[in-house]
Design a protein around this ligand. Structure first.
Ligand SMILES: Cc1ncc(COP(=O)(O)O)c(C=O)c1O
Length: 407
């Protein structure tokens, strides 16, 4: 047997993607991490380039990935139990470090219980599988992350049991709630905490209030779910994310350990019966190996740091650098989307100029992401900058000066 025929078909399909401008460019490869020195934050060497790069496209908002405390925790756990779990959670693949992380993250976000997953992506999919039955209706923000859209698709509910409201539009959310059929028993309203392409946030206090008004109409009520992958650790006065910022907690919190916490893996935090349903029903929890003990130990340490004076100091630097960068953009008269989150979009509003600016920054040692159609609508072409706690004032000045010199 050969795959020649399939290879030919796939080559044609890939060509179509290219022609439509939807093909991903080759991945750049990081080959060296250079620790901070003096006035400069960390730098990265990329395969094929002699430059040393500032990373302004990393989700590691608190810069914990290289923290000695996390590395030691991962090291210790690995030396105790080895590198892999050897089995899924139900077949004695549950180690003390899994249990500790679940308890730690639940306490951190102030929910009774938690389950951890390999990623936030698989957490969303697992949640949708666990909560959905024939009488469930899902409602989501139009700009929700792909993992939520995918989760709603695999939840096996009929098309008419889904509603999408315009981004952060509370009147449209009410329209979606008004349209739910009378025989529905359970309504789930799900939204990103921080919208990763824009850095703006869901007004959880308003969403909760609106949903509460409809709760008594349905046997199991209206349940609010935030996926706060970009908010947890990086947002709010104590780094507890968008609920902290809005001073309002949704019923269920999904998140990742792979962004501000600097590690890997996802979680769902909620009531004990919801979490037990996830444990019993979520395929993406049951039929796959869990995180390594190294990931769990490092993530637990990351939460401990986030929940300490050191974490508050990192958060303060993150806020200061974000404010410095935003003020720099403002001084140059550049357009952005306002907000205090470390995702700072620079609205370029032109495809070629976006590509040119990404290239120019790369040539001057700065890694950023350009977002063009179809990732964003035509006319909304953007460069996404992501500030991290390890960036220094000198790093930010350097990037602002580069932007000033770009013609
Ligand atoms: C809202 C949201 N959910 C989920 C994810 C995926 O997180 P993970 O890498 O843990 O799967 C992302 C990250 O891109 C995200 O922005």
């Amino acid at each position: 047997m050969s795959t020649n025929k399939l290879d030919n078909s796939l080559t044609g399909e890939l060509e179509v993607l290219k022609q439509e401008g939807r093909a991903k460019s080759p991945e750049r490869i990081i080959e060296q991490y250079i620790p901070p020195k003096g006035e400069l934050g960390p730098r990265y060497k990329m395969l094929g380039s002699d430059n040393e790069f500032i990373r302004l496209n990393s989700n590691s908002y608190l810069s914990l990935s290289n923290h000695p405390g996390l590395i030691d925790a991962a090291d210790k756990a690995t030396h105790e139990f080895g590198v892999g779990p050897g089995a899924v959670r139900f077949i004695d693949g549950t180690f003390i470090y899994h249990d500790k992380l679940e308890k730690r993250v639940a306490t951190f976000v102030d929910k009774p219980a938690a389950k951890i997953f390999n990623s936030a992506y698989t957490s969303n999919c697992g949640l949708a599988i666990s909560l959905s039955n024939k009488k469930t209706h899902w409602i989501g923000d139009q700009l929700n992350h792909n993992s939520i859209i995918r989760a709603m698709r695999i939840s096996n509910i009929p098309r008419e049991n889904k509603g999408i409201f315009k981004h952060n539009d509370m009147v449209d959310l009410q329209r979606c709630l008004d349209e739910v059929k009378f025989d529905i028993e359970r309504v789930i309203v799900i939204f990103d905490g921080i919208f990763s392409m824009r850095g703006d946030y869901a007004p959880i206090h308003e969403i909760n209030k609106i949903c509460k008004g409809y709760d008594s109409k349905f046997k199991d009520g209206v349940i609010t779910v935030v996926d706060d992958s970009h908010g947890i650790g990086a947002y709010g006065d104590t780094g507890r994310g968008t609920p902290d910022f809005c001073n309002a907690s949704p019923d269920i919190i999904v998140g990742t350990f792979g962004k501000a916490f600097g590690v890997n893996g996802g979680f769902i935090c909620a009531s004990v019966p919801i979490i037990e349903s996830v444990r019993q029903k979520a395929d993406t929890y049951i039929y796959t190996n869990p995180l390594s003990v190294a990931d769990c130990a490092a993530a637990t340490k990351a939460i401990d740091i986030c929940d300490s004076d050191e974490g508050l100091e990192l958060l303060r630097n993150l806020k200061d650098r974000t404010a410095q960068f935003r003020q720099g953009l403002e001084r140059l008269g550049k357009e952005s989307i306002p907000g205090p989150h470390p995702v700072v979009p620079l609205m370029v509003r032109d495809t070629q100029k976006t590509h040119d600016l990404v290239r120019y920054l790369f040539d001057h040692g700065v890694l950023v992401v350009g977002l063009t159609f179809p990732v964003v609508p035509k006319g909304d072409e953007t460069i996404r900058f992501q500030l991290n706690a390890c960036h220094t004032s000198a790093d930010i000045d350097y990037v602002i000066e580069l932007l000033n010199n770009f013609k």
